[in-house]
Design a protein around this ligand. Structure first.
Ligand SMILES: C[S@@+](CC[C@H](N)C(=O)[O-])C[C@H]1O[C@@H](n2cnc3c(N)ncnc32)[C@H](O)[C@@H]1O
Length: 287
């Protein structure tokens, strides 16, 4: 196959093609992600081999991706995968693109729960990023995960198989949890839909156009709907001293503390993410 370009000149080409649509830093990051994906190189290999030639076939593939990026489609959906907690997750239009804030939630759970054989329930599976990374990092954990979206469950199962992880997936509407025949868990975790309709105007167009609305939005009339429902479920289905972990809307910190106090949870900890925003809350069931 004829070489048509070097890695460096391809990086320059990608950045130039996308410069009118994305900020410079993002075009640079996209250039690296595309080259890593197409050449099957690590970031370091790309950086060390910038004078290396790339073939016309590979250049043409990259050009096809560039044309899709021009439509504002997120790069993770174009390539069909993303990285989360050092693992690759397949994603599609049925799954939210896992966010760095959620990696912080997973990190906290792993750090604080090193016991062997914990039973864990994750609510709102998406790509399966939470249950699969917990299962990879906690010894002999028994993990279940539920989502209302069958498309998400299918993708999450694919990811569990990819990583040789055993998770029990349930296709369920969590708002109907009283009908479920579930055991009691040591930990319940959820990153539920938490963006209000009123917050839509502040969101990026590529999120609104491509990510599943049912994964993002909750009604303005009841922004705590999922948190209240899951806290009630936790009262029934957490063992004594079991732990509840939520990712939260940054504007709901105070309301979340009040909610958990009302249900008599103890050790309530509101935590900030790396950007200094209230993003996680954890608590222990007191009886
Ligand atoms: C914010 S996304 C989180 C996905 C994934 N856990 C992550 O962190 O990337 C919320 C998830 O909750 C699911 N969901 C929304 N409403 C639900 C319901 N009533 N019952 C169960 N799952 C629901 C959505 O389909 C979506 O996958």
């Amino acid at each position: 196959m004829t070489p048509v370009s070097t890695i460096q000149s391809t990086i320059n080409y990608i950045k130039k093609e996308l410069q009118n649509i994305y900020p410079v830093q993002e075009t640079e990051s996209m250039a690296y992600i595309l080259l890593e994906f197409v050449l099957k190189y690590s970031r370091t290999q790309i950086q060390m081999n910038k004078t290396e030639s790339i073939t016309k076939d590979n250049f043409d593939i990259i050009d096809t991706y560039i044309q899709q990026l021009k439509t504002n489609k997120p790069i993770q959906y174009i390539l069909g995968e993303t990285e989360f907690y050092d693992l690759t997750f397949k994603v599609n239009e049925h799954t939210l693109i896992p966010r760095p804030e959620t990696e912080e939630l997973v990190h906290a759970i792993i750090n604080e729960n090193q016991q062997n054989g914990l039973s864990i329930l994750d609510i709102g599976t998406g790509s399966g990023c939470i249950p699969i990374s917990l299962a990879k990092n906690l010894k002999n954990a028994h993990i279940s995960s539920a989502d209302i979206s069958i498309g998400a469950i299918i993708k999450a199962k694919e990811n569990a198989t990819l990583h040789k992880i055993d998770v029990t997936f349930f296709h369920r509407d969590i708002l109907n949890w009283k009908n479920f025949d579930w055991d009691n868990f040591d930990i319940i975790v959820s990153n539920p839909p938490y963006v209000t309709e009123a917050e839509k105007s502040k969101m990026e167009k590529n999120v609104l156009d491509y990510e599943p609305a049912s994964a993002l939005f909750v009604s303005d009339n009841d922004p705590l709907l999922f948190y209240r429902t899951i806290t009630e479920l936790a009262l029934q289905h957490l063992k004594k001293d079991g732990k509840l972990y939520f990712e939260i809307n940054e504007s709901l910190g105070k309301e979340m503390v009040t909610l958990l106090e009302k249900y008599e949870f103890k050790n309530i900890q509101l935590r900030m993410d790396i950007n200094g925003k209230n993003r996680m809350i954890s608590a222990i069931k007191s009886y």
